[in-house]
Design a protein around this ligand. Structure first.
Ligand code: PLP
Length: 447
């Protein structure tokens, strides 16, 4: 294919790195979503809305560190804060003032956050949220929704990545499926039925803007109904705000949608684009990690360790990031840029006569590339299934693989062939360049 040939011609150093990587790393990668056919690009550096690969190609970045960078790559003040802390110590193994400041910002900005417990990742945050809910309610089971992603720990290895029937992925105990009530997204009747049939449900967890950051969107009506259903049954409502937190609004989706959960999970932006995460929420629930409250109540607390919890370098970057998000229009600027990009991309689709659509909310964009999927269950949209795109006998997967490579060839590094995440540094120049890249890529696909 000329598209593959153009990609290979532009990226010889990435090809060589991937050949070496394959001798050390399974599939040559460190995160499933970086799997790319024939090989991924290797990034050398990034600044604002741009990144440069090891071959020196400049790309407009539309993945933003998996959504970790609302202020763009290498924001000067965030970098200065992290560098200042690097020179003072990277890991104290003790308490420090920065974690107090950091937690104070979270409780100030996020509506549900009366208390905060730091973790080292979003996966750890959702893991702890489920444990808190079980301890608090004395119940076992968790409601979750098909295609909603909550990290990779055992209880979350259902309902995603082709396991929509609730079967576990390899290596996960099949018995755990009995503890997970997996429901179709946005189906409040299914939620009510589950609660009516089962009095052992501790919590419901979901991505508040919908599966995969809004790819299968949800809305405030469903969130309100779910809030009521959880309250009526004494179950804990958990919003997974690992992506939406500090992005959709300074107080996350819960602030934007006006529905307050009992707990929320945070990562990515909360740690200023460095490693870190948190579970935040009602004091009486987080009291299950509190030594004094647990002792006073005569109960054993939940154990929680983690060498890198509230890491001081992450904390320094996070404080600068959260203050800026609180005090400026950074979230709104990212949203406006995404709105302009959706409009421009849809205009190109219309001009080129391609029956796709670009949609999404806030600063997240999704490419809908499967018009045949309009007649089928949205969960079957293989346009958005993992692995996202491979050269294979399946013409749609091959088309998606080509779409991604074409976008890279034309100077854009999106979220695979599935969409884009923007930052406050994406302005008219980036949108214009990306729109031209989109047009050229679509034309290459037609050839
Ligand atoms: N929850 C959601 C909604 C996510 O998008 C992610 C990661 O992309 C996670 C949880 C897991 O976070 P982490 O990758 O930090 O473990």
């Amino acid at each position: 294919s000329p598209i593959v040939a153009a990609y290979v011609a532009k990226t010889p150093r990435s090809a060589a790195l991937h050949a070496r990587a394959s001798g050390h790393l399974p599939s040559g990668i460190a995160h499933d979503s970086r799997h790319t056919d024939p090989y991924p690009i290797y990034t050398d550096r990034a600044l604002g809305p741009r990144k440069w690969d090891t071959d020196g190609n400049e790309l407009i970045d539309f993945y933003g560190g998996h959504g970790a960078h609302l202020l763009g790559h290498c924001d000067p003040a965030v970098i200065a804060a992290a560098q200042g802390q690097l020179a003072r110590g990277t890991q104290f193994g003790s308490c420090h003032a920065l974690e107090v400041e950091w937690a104070g910002l979270i409780t100030q900005m996020v509506p549900c956050a009366e208390r905060v417990r730091f973790t080292s990742s979003g996966t750890e945050a959702t893991h702890m949220a489920l444990r808190l809910a079980r301890a608090f309610t004395g119940r076992r089971k968790i409601i979750r929704f098909q295609k909603h992603f909550h990290g990779w720990h055992d209880h979350m290895a259902f309902g995603v990545d082709g396991h929509f029937d609730g079967s576990p992925s390899p290596g996960v105990l099949p018995e755990l499926a009995a503890e997970v009530v997996l429901l179709p997204p946005n189906d409040i009747d299914a939620v009510r039925r589950a609660f009516a049939e089962d009095d052992d449900i501790a919590a419901a967890i979901l991505e508040p803007t919908g599966a995969s950051t809004g790819m299968v969107p949800t809305g405030p009506d469903f969130l309100r109904a779910l809030r009521e259903a959880c309250t009526a049954r004494g179950a804990v409502l958990i919003f997974d705000e690992v992506v939406t937190g500090f992005r959709i609004a300074p107080g996350g989706a819960q602030q934007a949608m006006g529905v307050t959960p009992d707990l929320c999970t945070l990562a990515k932006i909360v740690a200023g684009g460095l490693p870190g995460g948190a579970v935040a929420g009602r004091k009486d629930i987080l009291d299950w990690i509190d030594f004094e409250v647990s002792a006073a109540r005569g109960r054993e607390k939940i154990k929680h360790q983690g060498t890198y919890n509230a890491n001081p370098v992450s904390a320094a970057a996070a404080i600068e990031t959260l203050r800026r998000i609180r005090d400026t229009d950074a979230c709104a600027r990212a949203t406006d840029a995404a709105q302009a990009m959706r409009h421009a991309f849809n205009q190109v689709l219309a001009e080129e006569g391609i029956p796709w659509a670009v949609y999404g909310d806030h600063s997240v964009i999704h490419f809908f590339t499967n018009p045949a999927g309009l007649d089928i269950d949205p969960l079957a949209w293989d346009a958005n299934a993992q692995p996202a795109a491979t050269f294979s006998a399946d013409p749609r997967k091959t088309m998606l693989a080509k779409l991604y490579l074409a976008l890279v060839v034309n100077g854009m590094d999106p979220k695979g062939p599935r969409g884009a995440i923007l930052s406050a540094t994406h302005g008219p120049a980036e949108i214009e360049a990306a729109t031209e890249a989109w047009r050229r890529s679509l034309r290459m696909l037609k050839e």
